[in-house]
Design a protein around this ligand. Structure first.
Ligand code: GAL
Length: 423
């Protein structure tokens, strides 16, 4: 019989001061997966309002990040564009959809939120807007002046700089600096430059590198003052995308620690579409698996959907405090796969209180039904309470040295548990 266990309803709040920032993974929203290039200050404000109204803010979601397309585009189509991307001193101009960046950041701060922005170390962003190349100092200063709290810095056209292509060649195909024998130092340099400039600003600006994992970014991201870095290519709302990204995370795991996160890209639940809104094509079980793995990976959690169109299912996925608590755990480790049985992969993350989060992730097309006994492989032993994190319920108390745990996991689904040792 399952004994009733006292669940702690109070938590100690730990405040750590010092040079290292973003000690727990960033949580918030980003405009890209939802609005793509159709982003505007009005849509961003409405996202902030919806984040508050839906109650997401009470579960730790607090960054509102503007992705590509707040700058002028080289296509020159913006009605307010008069041939200049920057003012006479090199300070970047915002396009007509973002008339007042400082006002927008103030709006976020007055509502208890933070604001993020996006640029590229190259002359152009991936969408053809003005990047920071040659104007890094002015850009870092602008971000600080506006009150920006987060920068996503995206490789995009920087390969062209390395290849010596003319800055404004619209047909250039940026090279991937680290591939084909490229010089890794050349690819580190632009991130180093912006990292040191951000550090010189009179406010904390969380720094996210977006260069898709080139040159094993997890090995040097900390040295360039970054707090997180993309490990893989862009995510889309398909099972194969989520699966391939998930399977590529373990190699970077040893480098995760408080203030340093591997970023498998943003969440693809809810209404997404990069400007063409539609319900995520991930099935419900796939969404549980996606959210559970991003939780156990200690990944930055950035919602990518239209927050004004949140349905109950998506809201529930995003507001499970026990699933979020594993992601935000202060020990700061990244869960890794310790055992593979067919297409079942078992991820384990050590938590600060000595317990372990375990995600039994079924990547296969058949459901998995079994009595699981290999606890030694998960470094779990003795009598344990097994808590189902999604259901927020203790489901078993077992002596893991002697008894098995029955698993019944749907295709592309997950069982996300916490093992609490009963000593
Ligand atoms: C990609 C990046 C996306 C998004 C996009 C904007 O390189 O991975 O997350 O930022 O650029 O153009």
């Amino acid at each position: 019989m399952l004994k009733i266990r006292k669940v702690q309803l109070q938590k100690k709040l730990k405040i750590e001061c010092g040079d290292r920032i973003a000690l727990t993974p960033t949580m918030g929203w980003n405009s890209w997966n939802c609005f793509g290039h159709e982003v505007s200050a009005d849509k961003v404000k409405r996202a902030a309002d919806a984040l508050i109204k839906s109650g997401l803010i009470n579960h730790g979601w607090n960054y509102i990040n503007i992705d590509d397309s707040w700058q002028y585009n080289r296509d020159g189509k913006d009605p307010s564009f008069h041939g200049k991307m920057r003012d006479e001193n090199g300070y970047i101009l915002t396009n007509s959809k973002f008339p007042d960046m400082k006002g927008l950041a103030d709006y976020m701060h007055n509502n208890g939120l933070k604001m993020g922005i996006y640029s590229s170390p190259g002359p152009w962003t991936c969408g053809g807007c003005a990047g920071s190349y040659g104007y890094e100092k002015q850009d870092a200063e602008s971000y600080a002046k506006w009150g920006v709290d987060y920068l996503k810095y995206d490789w995009c056209s920087y390969g062209g700089v390395i290849d010596g292509l003319p800055d404004n060649d619209p047909n250039k195909v940026p090279s991937l600096a680290f591939q084909g024998g490229g010089d890794p130092d050349k690819g580190v340099k632009p991130f180093q430059l912006m990292g040191s400039l951000l550090k010189q600003q009179p406010r904390d600006i969380v720094y996210n590198l977006c260069q898709y994992g080139m040159g094993d970014v997890w090995k040097w991201g900390d040295e360039v003052n970054a707090q997180s870095w993309r490990t893989t290519n862009d995510i889309t709302d398909t099972w194969s995308s989520v699966k391939n990204i998930a399977l590529a995370q373990d190699k970077a795991a040893p480098f995760a620690k408080p203030g340093n996160r591997n970023d498998p890209d943003m969440l693809v639940v809810g209404v997404v579409g990069w400007g063409n809104p539609h319900q995520s094509r991930l099935k419900p079980d796939e969404q549980y698996l996606h959210m559970s793995l991003w939780s156990i990976f200690s990944a930055p959690l950035l919602i990518g959907c239209d927050l004004e169109k949140l349905d109950d299912f998506t809201l529930n996925l995003l507001t499970n405090d026990e699933v979020i608590a594993v992601n935000q755990d202060a020990l700061g480790k990244q869960g890794v796969c310790l055992q593979t049985i067919g297409e079942l992969r078992i991820y384990v993350k050590e938590l600060e209180d000595g317990s372990k989060a375990v995600a039994f992730a079924n990547f296969g097309r058949e459901k998995v039904t079994m009595s699981y006994k290999d606890f030694k492989k998960l470094e779990i032993s003795g009598v344990q309470t097994v808590r189902d994190l999604w259901r927020q319920k203790d489901i078993a108390e077992i002596n893991t040295d002697k008894k098995g745990l029955s698993l019944d996991i749907p295709a592309h689904g997950v069982a996300y548990y916490k093992f609490i040792s009963l000593k």
